[in-house]
Design a protein around this ligand. Structure first.
Ligand code: ZN
Length: 80
């Protein structure tokens, strides 16, 4: 699973509707990707604040923004 794929299914994961096979891949990716772990934490915090996952929680724009953040994070990591 790539970061992009993970971002696409993160709401299903949090809602518990992700199929077991995908869920395993999701968790395997999380274990080795700091960017996605941070994203998931952020999502959990957002959801606990608003009480549910709304359209505003994950608009297309915020997905694109997140993917940009992942790229920057990876870039900064490889430069060190
Ligand atoms: Zn990732």
């Amino acid at each position: 699973m790539t970061c992009k794929e993970l971002v696409e299914v993160v709401t299903e994961y949090l809602e518990g509707t992700l199929p077991p096979h995908d869920r395993a891949q999701f968790e395997a990716h999380l274990a080795e990707c700091e960017g996605c772990s941070a994203h998931l934490d952020q999502m959990r915090r957002t959801i606990s604040l608003v009480g549910h996952i709304s359209e505003e929680t994950l608009t297309e724009e915020s997905r694109i923004e997140l993917l940009k953040l992942f790229r920057d994070w990876r870039k900064s990591k490889s430069e060190k």
